[in-house]
Design a protein around this ligand. Structure first.
Ligand SMILES: NC(=O)c1ccc[n+]([C@@H]2O[C@H](COP(=O)([O-])OP(=O)(O)OC[C@H]3O[C@@H](n4cnc5c(N)ncnc54)[C@H](OP(=O)(O)O)[C@@H]3O)[C@@H](O)[C@H]2O)c1
Length: 335
């Protein structure tokens, strides 16, 4: 049986999640795609941390070793930061290799050029995992855009901020205590700056903007405010008025202008994002025909993020002409 040959760039939380999901769901993938998916190589920074991997997988710090492998079909990218991820993905697309990325920081800035490069080379980029982790917002929006015009997005796109605001509101604790608790539970990184100052939500909003409007607002014109200046007194005053502070990313078009903002907003109980608590993400999508749809789900984590990336893999390879296997899957499911 022909195989889909995949490389993992990065073998941390997300990379290991992809490996686990591909391994545990190999049979389902074989039925869906008519092919096995094989991880042939893994790129890391420090190979000595990854000694227990099977011998038939190349483990390397050298991307050249990966991109020159014969018959490589797809790279999953789960490393951190803008470079070298951008250079690696550009190289992969130029070689006609499909790309699936979780790297929101890099993709927010370079989505336009990478998507253009993918079109030029007749390959695909999956980026579901960049925005709201395991919650399928990208695919839902792509589906809606076939007939609807998406007019507005309002979203909670950072689980760390949402956890902190929920903890402050439900248990009357202050920001510092709630942040320390989020770190202890693994919901906040050692350096949580990008989460609490709104940068992470901003990056995801720009990815949504690129998808929906095929454009982004000038970054310096987008007001971006984090949650760290909200006090317990603010939160309690909101509660007394039956309202809640939520950290909201919003984008819509006014005339020809894209308007976007990321900031803590006071929501009343009728708002679709009022009840989104804890580490969940949520996105309210308002479109001209269907009205408002709200998706809620895990915004990060090993398996939710890997799930989004493996769903991308299926979406890419199911549409390859020789794949007849969705029918096979349906036939099997009916047995
Ligand atoms: N964690 C989540 O829940 C989540 C959710 C959505 C999106 N993401 C995104 O997914 C990406 C990966 O996140 P993560 O949590 O898996 O990170 P992580 O646990 O820190 O793992 C990063 C991996 O990338 C490797 N790496 C880093 N820089 C590299 C370089 N220059 N060359 C080669 N390898 C390099 C590291 O190698 P070593 O193992 O040798 O150190 C490690 O294996 C990030 O862009 C993140 O924003 C993460």
């Amino acid at each position: 049986m022909k195989k889909i040959k995949a490389a993992l760039l990065g073998y941390g939380t997300v990379g290991q999640g992809i490996h686990e999901v591909l391994h545990e769901h190999q049979e389902r993938l074989r039925i869906l795609l008519g092919k096995e998916v094989e991880i042939v190589a893994i790129l890391v920074q420090n190979p000595s941390k990854h000694k227990n991997l099977p011998e038939n997988i190349v483990v390397t710090t050298n991307f050249e070793e990966i991109i020159t492998l014969p018959e490589l079909d797809v790279v999953f990218e789960a490393i951190v930061g803008e470079e070298p991820a951008l250079s690696y993905l550009t190289h992969a697309l130029d070689k006609g290799v499909h790309v699936i990325t979780a790297n929101k920081m890099m993709f927010a800035k370079h989505a336009k050029s990478l998507l253009e490069k993918a079109r030029e080379n007749d390959v695909k980029i999956g980026f579901e995992a960049t925005t709201a982790g395991g919650t399928p917002v990208i695919r839902t929006i792509e589906q809606l855009l076939q007939v609807n015009r998406v007019e507005k997005i309002e979203a909670i796109l950072n689980g760390t901020s949402n956890y902190i605001l929920t903890a402050m509101s439900e248990r009357s604790i202050d920001f510092k205590t709630a942040l320390a608790e989020a770190k202890e539970k693994g919901y906040a990184e050692a350096d949580p700056t990008n989460d609490i100052d709104g940068t992470d939500a901003f990056n995801k909003l720009m990815i949504l903007s690129q998808l929906i409007f095929n454009d982004q607002p000038a970054w310096h014109k987008v007001e971006k405010t984090g949650i760290k200046d909200l006090t317990s007194t603010d939160i309690q005053a909101a509660q007394e008025n039956n309202k809640k502070y939520k950290h909201i990313a919003v984008i819509y078009k006014e005339g020809d202008q894209l308007k976007a903002e990321v900031s803590p907003l006071l929501l009343s109980s009728s708002h679709p994002l009022y009840n989104i608590d804890g580490v969940d993400n949520a996105i309210a999508i308002t479109s001209n025909i269907v009205g408002t749809i709200t998706l809620i789900g895990p915004g990060a984590g090993k398996l939710p993020t890997a799930s989004a990336m493996v769903e991308d893999l299926v979406a890419i390879f199911q549409h390859e002409p020789e794949n007849h296997s969705i029918h096979q899957y349906k036939d099997q499911a009916a047995v």
